[in-house]
Design a protein. Structure first.
Length: 156
């Protein structure tokens, strides 16, 4: 299984991300690391440290949504191996500008949250084909929308 945690906050950066994401109330996504218990660490890309593993409670978000993606063990292993291989890479500080400027996320020198998770899902074979949209424009809301076509998602 692959588990993602989508969150939303009420601050200016989160509001901008949510606006670019079409109004969905999510502004960030992390992968929940095995063994998926209540205090499992999270792995994702953030401005404060780039790609790294963080404690499950590293920030108090007013909204959170856990998304469980059923898959084979080998697919889950590939997903988490991809993420671990990106540890230490910087946050893509041009991420917001990239929505307008067109940075190619397939140049894996830096990441923002949703492009990292989408790349890991593609690398694991979770998506049977590449995403149809320019991947550098995959917002947290876009990724949540794509996944909602595959699994039931309950938003808080």
């Amino acid at each position: 299984m692959i588990v993602l945690r989508f969150v939303g906050a009420d601050d200016i950066p989160s509001d901008l991300i949510q606006w670019f994401g079409g109004g969905a109330k999510v502004s960030h996504v992390d992968a929940v690391m095995p063994p998926f218990d209540a205090e499992a660490p999270l792995l994702g890309a953030r401005l404060d440290g780039g790609v790294k593993q963080r404690p499950w409670d590293y920030e108090a978000f007013p909204r959170a949504c856990r998304v469980e993606l059923p898959c084979s063990e080998s697919m889950a292993a590939a997903f988490y191996a991809f993420l671990r291989g990106e540890l230490g890479k910087p946050y893509d500080k041009t991420a917001i500008a990239a929505f307008a400027a067109g940075r190619d996320w397939r140049e894996p020198d830096s990441w923002f949250c949703s492009e990292l998770q989408a790349a890991a899902l593609e690398a694991s074979g979770f998506f049977p084909w590449p995403l149809a949209t320019p991947a550098n424009k995959v917002t947290p809301a876009d990724l949540l929308l794509v996944l909602s076509g595959l699994v039931k998602i309950a938003l808080d």
